[in-house]
Design a protein around this ligand. Structure first.
Ligand SMILES: [Zn+2]
Ligand SMILES: [Zn+2]
Length: 908
């Protein structure tokens, strides 16, 4: 009986569990604590700090299946996904890990046993590669070679040596590294895509598709301190990675990953929905594969809290759904259908990854909403892009400007990747750097700062490498750096290291921008949405030097850098130091953070438990909380939430902070945050007993809710489709907020000469009396115009037997002007009249021609057109009556002077 994908995954975990490995759950696709990485892209990510010696785990052997996503960068070109049978955005990576425990002998023996005995792969099809240094600096990996040759049934001619490029693994330019041994699988001559190419020989690490790598075992044994210097590591590690989809395709004996039971059902469901034949499916295989791959990836993203949006990770989620939607059009799918394909993903993966099952409803809703939104703009976007393509072709260019591509994205919802796809189909390109420049410019211009989920500190990577290197080489102590932001804000400590412009120095000078590493620190480092602490570090005893600290960062686990400026003196490595957090600022941050927890509790109470957290930000001035919810909140809901938070504050509930086991906290219903990396022991924050709020959280909090003082909602808005944001203030901020509103009210009352309580009534009566006055003014104006006109009414002129009157009357309304014309027509049944006037500085003209004169060839409509041109306007109307507006009131007289010549010219 054929093993299913789920059974194969489980057999891998079980195999290593039976050999003393702890089964570790996959980390989130959103890497916790690593601000340099957009998505988890390898099994290594969650264990990186363990290898760097900066973090320890309660086990030395681990096994896992890690969710990975690669959408850009050196590991993946999105364009290749769907075009062949092997590339993916989302995939799973199987791995077994030894942290200073077993080494090459066991790792290789177990690899062989699992592949050939448990999974029954044919030993004749397996090859192994081992490291041999072409530069002669490092020794050949004979241990691995000998281990392979000992395996029963292993063909010695299948042992291949590889160079640094193929068989030396490095984390970065310096730091931990070591040789690796790879297992390759021979799919047979049929799988070679270069058959018949003269001179082609199928070989391991060759250029055809016949023999491919399936499993990489990395042996971390060196610390590279310079390009040529490798020091042995005291503890050696094993890090392995096996592409899950590929090995499933081999075990199931199918041609490629999309034929496995992991992905094939998604293609089948798509075919059912599209109602296509097998032949049509084959002819459109790329579209089918893109849909399957992208829907699966978006499901896993949303399950990890990344819903479609405009920036950062959320953008990636939106982009892949829209890209799938565009390919779907090629097979006639124009209405939302992805929720149905997603249901197949959830059914297949829900057991191994419960988060997918838990988010079932959210996933379906987001797919449908995103497909609808994209459909609304797709036609307009395609039209505009076609126009731009035509323009490119006509001007003989082959690259769309970044500004145009950004405009397509910002106004028509075309992700860059889709624009690129469409252009590539016509052998055109897009200026991608220009796109990001335009995006940055737009962000600056629109005043939007850093968004959730975006890399906070660009320098972090530089320091991460520098510090990781120093720790690994022993120049810095990795242990002993302790961070306790919870129990004190002033701490005696010791200055372990000073950095300036990325280099370690021994002594800093006044005015220097520096990063300080302390042995112990009370400074909180930005995480979980809470901002970093600021403060100062001074010599102990105080007086010799002072550094103003305006930021902190954690470039790698266990290392906290204080970014600041030397105000006075010369801090030296080894000095005793006093670290002081800005106390008042910290207090405000604590109040806002605890209030954010209360806000979340009330949101869930009022809106229901589907409204779950998507992000939060807390600083000394305000708090904001983002959550998934489909529509704007009503005034009543907002008031209920605000009142509830204030009730919890006034209850003065105790805030209980505990460190407890992750399992225990989950049983008790603690709310964990998406994307956070939790250890086995977690910190929980509980407000009240029984709990009003109970969350996993590493932030700083007040001791009793009463300290928060009070809370006001200051704003409620949409962040992106399906995501709302509430902003609020507490304590001093709440006082300032209320004070400002009261001041405004008092000022309004003062200038209205009344009491604040009577302001609304007073405004109402003012408004109605203002309306009366306006009416009165209009009446007076028309009376004035009437009087002026009466005096002129009979001052008719005459040309060629046509009687006519022209006049500019005082400012009056168009209606009043029309009345004057009516009066004139009654009094003079055979005549022409043209009047000018203005309202609020804008000129207006009116003309009327009696029936007998129309019969003689005159027309009010024609006349008014000529006159209007003079006052910079336009107009028209019937032959008997016409009106026009314009811009320049000073030219009214000039315009009316044209009447005489008009009559002369047009009289029949
Ligand atoms: Zn070949
Ligand atoms: Zn929190």
């Amino acid at each position: 009986m054929m093993l299913t994908g789920n059974q194969i995954r489980q057999s891998f975990l079980d195999f290593f569990a039976a050999r003393g490995h702890t089964i570790v759950p996959s980390a989130s696709l959103v890497p916790g604590g690593d601000s340099t990485l957009l998505f988890t892209n390898a099994g290594m990510v969650q264990f990186k700090d363990v290898f760097l010696g900066l973090e320890t785990r309660p086990y030395t052997r681990a096994v896992d299946s890690q969710k990975c996503l690669r959408v850009s960068g050196k590991h993946n070109d999105l364009d290749t996904v769907g075009r062949d049978n092997t590339h993916h955005t989302f995939f799973e990576m199987l791995g077994n890990w030894s942290f200073g425990d077993y080494y090459k002998d066991e790792a290789i023996a177990w690899s062989w046993e699992l592949l050939t005995k448990v999974w029954g792969l044919d030993p004749k099809r397996l090859y192994a590669t081992i490291f041999e240094d072409e530069q002669g600096v490092l020794p050949r990996d004979n241990e691995a070679a000998e281990a392979w040759l000992r395996q029963p049934g292993f063909d010695p001619s299948h042992l291949i040596t590889g160079d640094r490029h193929d068989n030396l693994w490095e984390m970065a330019e310096t730091g931990p590294c070591g040789p690796c041994t790879e297992v390759h699988y021979d799919f047979g001559l049929d799988a070679c895509n270069l058959q018949g190419v003269p001179g082609h020989v199928c070989q391991v690490n060759g250029d055809c598709t016949r023999i491919v790598e399936i499993w990489n075992n990395v042996f971390i044994q060196y610390n590279r301190v310079s390009p040529t210097e490798f020091l042995p590591l005291p503890k050696k590690h094993v890090d392995t990675g096996m592409g899950f989809e590929r090995v499933v395709s081999i075990i199931q004996g199918v041609k490629g990953n999309y034929e496995t039971d992991l992905l094939k059902p998604l293609l089948d469901e798509t075919q059912r929905i599209a109602g296509q034949s097998d032949g049509e499916r084959l002819a459109n295989l790329t579209a089918y594969r893109v849909i399957a791959d992208h829907v699966r990836a978006a499901c896993f993203l949303m399950a990890d809290g990344v819903i479609p949006g405009n920036i950062g990770r959320n953008y990636v989620c939106r982009m892949i759904i829209r890209r799938a939607a565009r390919f779907a059009r090629k097979i006639g799918l124009e209405t939302p259908f992805m929720a149905r394909v997603a249901a197949v993903v959830i059914a297949n993966y829900g057991e191994a990854y419960p988060e997918v099952k838990r988010s079932e409803k959210l996933i379906a809703e987001n797919f449908t909403r995103e497909e609808q939104r994209f459909a609304e703009t797709l036609d307009a976007g395609s039209l505009e892009l076609n126009r731009l393509v035509e323009e490119l072709k006509q001007t003989g260019k082959d690259t769309l400007t970044g500004a145009d591509a950004f405009n397509l994205y910002a106004t028509l919802g075309f992700p860059l990747e889709i624009t690129r796809d469409i252009l590539a189909e016509q052998a055109l390109k897009v200026d991608e750097k220009g796109f990001f420049d335009a995006m940055e410019e737009h962000r600056l211009a629109s005043g939007k700062g850093q968004a959730f989920g975006e890399t906070a500190n660009q320098n972090n990577e530089v320091y991460a490498q520098a510090v990781a290197y120093l720790v690994a080489s022993g120049a810095l102590p990795a242990s002993g750096v302790s961070n306790d932001p919870y129990n004190q804000t002033i701490l005696r400590s010791n200055l372990l290291a000073i950095f300036r412009e990325g280099s370690k120095i021994d002594e800093a000078q006044p005015g220097d921008q520096v990063e300080l590493l302390l042995k112990d620190t009370p400074f909180y480092v930005e995480s979980g949405g809470q901002v970093t602490d600021t403060g100062r570090i001074v010599s102990d005893p105080e007086g010799n030097w002072e550094v103003q600290v305006y930021n902190t960062s954690k470039p790698t686990a266990g290392v906290i850098l204080h970014h600041g400026k030397v105000i006075s003196g010369q801090p030296k490595t080894g000095d005793n130091a006093l670290a002081q957090v800005d106390f008042n600022r910290r207090q405000s941050i604590k109040r806002n953070h605890t209030a954010t927890h209360l806000l979340q509790a009330m949101i869930r109470e009022v809106l229901g438990h589907d409204a779950h957290q998507a992000g939060s930000a807390v600083d000394e001035e305000r708090l904001r909380f983002d959550f998934n919810y489909p529509q704007a909140l009503s005034k009543a809901q907002l008031l209920e939430i605000e009142a509830g938070v204030n009730r919890m504050i006034l209850g003065d509930y105790q805030v209980i902070k505990r460190v407890e086991s992750l399992d225990a906290s989950k049983t008790k219903g603690a709310m964990a945050l998406f994307g956070e990396k939790y250890g086995d022991m977690v910190r929980t924050i509980q407000v009240g007993d029984p709990a009003l709020s109970y969350e996993l959280c590493g932030g700083t909090h007040v001791d009793n809710s009463g300290e928060i003082g009070s809370f006001f909602v200051t704003g409620e808005m949409s962040v992106s489709a399906g995501m709302r944001r509430i902003e609020g203030v507490t304590s001093a901020g709440a006082y300032a907020f209320a004070r400002e509103k009261l001041n405004l009210m008092n000022e309004a009352a003062r200038s209205l000469n009344t009491s604040p309580a009577e302001v609304p009534q007073r405004l109402e009566s003012l408004q109605s009396s203002l309306k009366d006055k306006e009416k009165e003014i209009l009446l007076l104006q028309s009376k004035l115009a009437q009087a002026a006109f009466s005096a002129k009414m009979d001052a008719l002129e005459e040309v060629n037997g046509v009687k006519y009157l022209t006049a500019v009357v005082p400012e009056t309304s168009p209606n009043a002007l029309r009345e004057l014309v009516d009066q004139f027509r009654q009094k003079h049944p055979s005549a022409l009249i043209a009047l000018g006037s203005s309202t609020d500085g804008k000129p207006a003209l009116i003309a009327a021609v009696s029936a007998d004169l129309i019969a003689r060839g005159l027309s009010a409509g024609e006349l008014i057109k000529q006159l209007a041109a003079t006052i910079g306007g336009g107009g028209g109307g019937r032959p008997d009556l016409a009106q026009a507006g314009g811009k320049d009131a000073s030219k009214l007289k000039e315009a009316l002077a044209l009447v005489r010549s008009y009559i002369e010219d047009h009289l029949a």
